[in-house]
Design a protein around this ligand. Sequence first.
Ligand SMILES: Nc1ncnc2c1ncn2[C@@H]1O[C@H](COP(=O)(O)OP(=O)(O)OP(=O)(O)O)[C@@H](O)[C@H]1O
Ligand SMILES: [Mg+2]
Length: 329
Amino acid sequence: MRGDPKPVGLEVDNPELFADYAREQWMGGVISLGMYLFDRYVMPDFAFRVVEVTPDNAVMTRTTRVELKTQVTVDTTPQLRYSMKDIIGHEQVKRKCRLVLKYLQEPARFGEWAPRAILFHGPPGTGKTMTARALAQEANANIFLVKASDLIGVHVGDGGRRISALFESARSSAPSIVFVDELDAIGLARSFQSIRGDVSEVVTALLGELDSTDETSGVVVIGATNALPLLDDALRSRFDAVFEFKLPTENERLALLQQYASRLPLPLNADLYQLARRTDGLSGRDIRDRLLKEALHIAMLSDMNEIPSSIIDQVLESIKTKSTPDYMV
Ligand SMILES: Nc1ncnc2c1ncn2[C@@H]1O[C@H](COP(=O)(O)OP(=O)(O)OP(=O)(O)O)[C@@H](O)[C@H]1O
Ligand SMILES: [Mg+2]
């Protein structure tokens, strides 16, 4: 599982629910001995290995019996490890995160005063996901990353089931962080929700889990959104705290440029101070991926042994003319 340094023991309290959940996601698929079944709904990068199957190479149907045998699963992805120190800026967010860290380390101490649900909001690429990962890393907690839109199922009832399965896994492997990304996709204001009944079902299930998760369980829910004003009020009010992620200031852009330029495989021949001034409006991700990475690739294609400032200028110009980000925050 992502963000976890050790194999995870997954305990399932409700085998029936697990069997239902398994049939639903792998129905119609051919199941062979030894294969890995990747979890598509609630646990990204989490896989179950088929240790017994009769008959072999059979198709999973509605009546297939499913049993979880061993309680240990494998970590299949190379880890992207972040620590809080890697996050540039966001001083207030980092300070507030220290409290969450304390809770994850000692949930019992907080009792009813636990910080249980936190909302991250801010423009794309400002470090929300990175911060959640760093927090999990530092607390030595598991992190369950889900996109809110993935929680909406094909059939009525799917969404609710997926959410309870997700929280069940989070509770049984606590301390853990449930990171629900793109919350605006499901947490739309009620007026929009009437269009899709399944969306309000997901929101209701999520609110229910938030309410019923015991304070001492060591589970923290972090929701993330780019569009705070679009969020349904009932959902928004369930969060204990709202952490805002702003676009980087000039000094922060300088630090981002320095941090990422120092990791480039080619030397960057540009005045970073001047570049920091000229990158107003760009996020951390823009600086790393749209500017530095793009410039590196152009230089590499031309077999250069450095990235000249002319290439940086050219890329920056194209970013600026392509789009002025129009964030809804
Ligand atoms: N404050 C920052 N400090 C260091 N690196 C950053 C920062 N902000 C963004 N980055 C870089 O940009 C990448 C993308 O950031 P991240 O995925 O956390 O953004 P996000 O806020 O979750 O965006 P989205 O809203 O699109 O999900 C990070 O992995 C990191 O490399
Ligand atoms: Mg993100």
